[in-house]
Design a binder for this molecule. Structure first.
Ligand code: NAD
Length: 713
């Protein structure tokens, strides 16, 4: 036994069980911890001197959730649904034993309790929660492809009713202390240092050892399964789930079924139903994909897994931003938010001030929502200095360039900056397409030149793509990564290429949608299938957003740089026609694939049918979905082949957090691994024959497929 729970019995006969995982800053739930809990509960139950139990934690938080280390490998280890059931049911049995041990058990929840941690609390007969903003309660499981498998789907609705339970379990919404109290999730709030005393008091003075659902006449609060309100909750819930998940995510559907079916039967049978659904999810690929990319690998990236060793940890104190447009303004905001002094430079004072005004707007909204105070907002704004003078850049540790997408202008601002900043300053370009090695030619210090590609809107998008030029050195990489961590974004690191990784692969998604249009696929079908695939926005709508004009410009520039013809394919033919002949350049211009009436919602342009006639027979939805996913995954594989991508983890994280590749796939390379690389290549062959050479797998990929070499070893 690992001794992660301290056990003491005081003079009043209270057994105090303190979770305190040695050598860790947080408690996490492991099968060993649960075995230890089981044994200690049995010991306390058998000890006549013990009147009741209080569970608490020796850390700042109660329990942060289950350790997913073993769960994330379950699918790869070939864990069956039955074994998944056993895993969950063992947890359920332990907590049910505690709940029915015959002695009152209270949870003294001194800090946050999530997932399995909250399930431990719910299996206690009484809960006192620390009245502290960080002491939130919640179930994050559905977000990583699982469901609460230690009684959460059974105790939560029985405790707080179906509607509240749905909010917590299906939408993964955390509850703050006051909300938790009002909902009935906990019975009492207290200052963090008093939760144990209050829990002891309850055990000594009230100490009811029977859970509500084990009492005769128990009724689910706010209406049982057959009540009109509950029927409506499930009806609306079903529709919402279908809309939000497009049936790509098994977890929320399984969790809802577990709640419904489990509450239609006895509590003990309900636990078995929950464990069955849990087992099926654990044994499936979606949970593996989501746990691996969204939790494990994102966590590693946030801890700077790609940071070169041997470079001292650094902090940016003064940041220069060149260009106060959409991107520059956003980067200024997130940097000032991290307490960094920002010099925001543009060609006119007015443009620079406008960039700063973007932060003012965001802060005003934040104040209205009570997310910040006037003092904090003023302090943040005080950090941003709008200017036109390069002299203000003196003393910058890092300068990020976000001027117009032009090699000439970028070269000009690079030289002007290097004339005034310290020699140690790192220079980064936020270009979305121009190769970094080429831009670095304008620099006197190309080894300190790097690409930091942010995504729009910067304050919302979590990813920064770090692009290494041929000469970029380790120090520039390390210090750039330190900065990304400082502003709380997630980095991926890639090698230089036209469009790098994210812009390059994302453009295959939009191009595929546009090619479909040229083939006669109904535009409404293209848009709906994009979303059914799990992409956040339709392929045509998102092209309108980034503008057809930009796609046109990039297409022409790329063709020129690579010495090939423009337009080179069907999608470019459509773009050329839309921009050059029809003057429909995208949303910013008021018209593109969509019309944007001032007083109504946007809608697909009726004229599309005239220029791109709709074919009599339309393809299957499943075929279009596969096309969208396959083309992006294949382009990602090409990035691996060319050395643009060095790690499968970066590919997956970048695809999900950069442009919204559907999380249930685990990302572009997990998508291939999940299908199986052989099957993937066979699918590419079929599509190359049906839709064109762009689906052709390279000899390199074919070889990998033949030897069965997955992207994740
Ligand atoms: P923008 O047109 O909104 O802003 C560019 C700003 O640069 C303008 O305010 C302009 O006045 C200023 N500027 C132009 N020349 C300058 C000079 N010589 N000195 C100082 N300031 C100058 O453009 P944006 O969308 O913010 O894009 C900026 C850069 O970021 C581009 O390289 C673009 O490719 C890249 N990028 C854009 C996006 C996006 O979604 N818009 C995403 C990632 C990267």
């Amino acid at each position: 036994m690992s001794n992660t729970i301290n056990y003491t019995v005081d003079a009043d006969g209270i057994a105090l069980l303190t979770f305190d995982l040695p050598g860790k800053s947080m408690n996490v739930l492991t099968p060993e911890l649960m075995q230890e809990l089981d044994a200690l509960v049995k010991q306390a139950a058998a000890d006549d001197a013990v009147k009741g139990l209080v569970l608490t934690s020796g850390k700042a938080a109660f329990i942060a959730g289950a350790d997913i280390k073993d769960m994330v490998t379950a699918y790869d280890r070939g864990v069956t649904p039955r074994e998944g059931y056993e895993f969950s049911y063992a947890l359920n049995r332990t907590l049910r034993n505690m709940e029915t041990c015959g002695k009152p058990v209270a949870a003294a929840i001194n800090g946050l309790a999530l997932g399995g941690g909250l399930e431990v609390c719910l299996a206690c007969h009484y809960r006192v929660l620390a009245d502290h903003p960080k002491a939130v309660l919640g179930f994050p499981e559905v977000n990583i492809g699982l469901l609460p498998g230690a009684g959460g789907t059974q105790r939560t609705p029985r405790l707080i009713g179906f509607r509240n339970a749905a909010t917590m379990v299906l939408q993964c919404r955390n509850q703050k202390p006051q909300q938790a109290l009002e909902m009935g999730l906990v019975q009492e709030l207290a200052p963090a240092d008093q939760v144990v005393d209050r829990a002891r008091r309850w055990v000594l003075e009230e100490g009811d050892p029977i859970a509500p659902w084990d009492k005769k006449g128990f009724k689910i609060p706010h209406g049982g399964l057959m009540s009109p309100g509950t029927a409506q909750t499930f009806m609306v819930g079903n529709a919402l789930l279908a809309k939000n998940t497009r049936h790509n995510y098994p977890a929320p559907i399984a969790a809802q079924s577990a709640m419904f079916e489990g509450c239609a039967t006895s509590f003990d049978d309900g636990l078995k139903i929950e464990s069955q659904y849990f087992g099926t999810l654990l044994a499936g690929p979606v949970a593996r994909n989501m746990m691996r990319s969204l939790f494990v690998n994102k966590g590693k990236a946030d801890k700077l897994a790609r940071r070169p060793e041997g470079v001292e940890k650094s902090q940016v104190r003064k940041l220069g931003i060149l260009g106060a447009g959409m991107m520059g303004a956003g980067i200024a905001y997130v940097s000032a938010q991290a307490g960094i002094e920002v010099v925001l430079l543009d060609t006119s004072q007015e443009a620079a001030e406008k960039g700063k005004a973007y932060s003012e707007g965001l802060l005003k909204k934040a104040m209205e929502r009570g997310k910040t105070t006037e003092e904090k907002a003023a302090a943040l704004l005080g950090l941003i200095k709008p200017t036109t003078s390069y002299h203000d850049l003196a003393g910058c540790d890092l300068v990020i360039e976000a001027v117009f997408e032009s090699v000439k202008i970028k070269a000009d601002v690079t030289a002007k900056t290097e004339a005034v900043v310290p020699e140690s300053c790192i220079f980064a370009s936020n270009t979305s397409t121009l190769p970094i090695t080429g831009l670095a030619e304008a620099s006197e210090r190309p080894e300190q030149f790097i690409g930091l590609h942010f995504f729009s809107p910067v304050d919302k998008m979590p990813l920064v793509e770090v692009i290494l030029g041929k000469k970029t050195n380790d120090e520039a990489i390390a210090r750039s990564l330190d900065y990304i961590q400082q502003i709380r974004k997630t980095p991926i690191v890639v090698n230089d290429s036209r469009g790098f990784y994210t812009s390059r692969v994302f453009s295959t998604f939009t191009a595929e949608g546009i090619s479909m249009l040229a083939e006669g696929v109904n535009p409404a079908l293209i848009e709906n299938v994009s979303k059914m695939t799990g992409m956040p926005v339709g392929a045509l709508a998102v092209t309108d957003e980034v503008t057809l004009e930009l796609a046109h410009k990039i297409g022409k520039e790329t063709a020129a740089a690579l010495g090939r013809d423009y337009p080179a394919d069907l999608s470019q033919e459509v773009i050329q026609k839309m921009v050059e002949d029809l003057d429909r350049k995208g949303k910013r211009f008021g018209k593109g694939f969509y019309d944007y009436p001032k007083d109504a919602k946007k809608h697909l342009w009726a004229g599309l049918a005239e220029h791109f006639p709709v074919a009599d027979t339309q393809p299957e939805v499943s075929e279009l979905k596969k096309r969208f996913l396959t083309i992006q995954a294949l382009e990602t594989a090409r990035c691996v082949e060319e050395g643009v991508l060095m790690h499968a983890e970066d590919a997956d994280i970048g695809s999900i957090f950069g442009w919204g590749f559907p999380p249930y796939t685990g990302g572009t390379l997990s998508y291939i691994d999940t299908i199986g690389i052989r099957e993937f290549v066979a699918e590419c062959d079929r599509m190359a024959a049906a839709y064109g050479e762009r689906f052709k797998a390279s000899a390199w990929l074919r070889e990998r497929a033949e030897s069965g070499q997955d992207f994740y070893a």
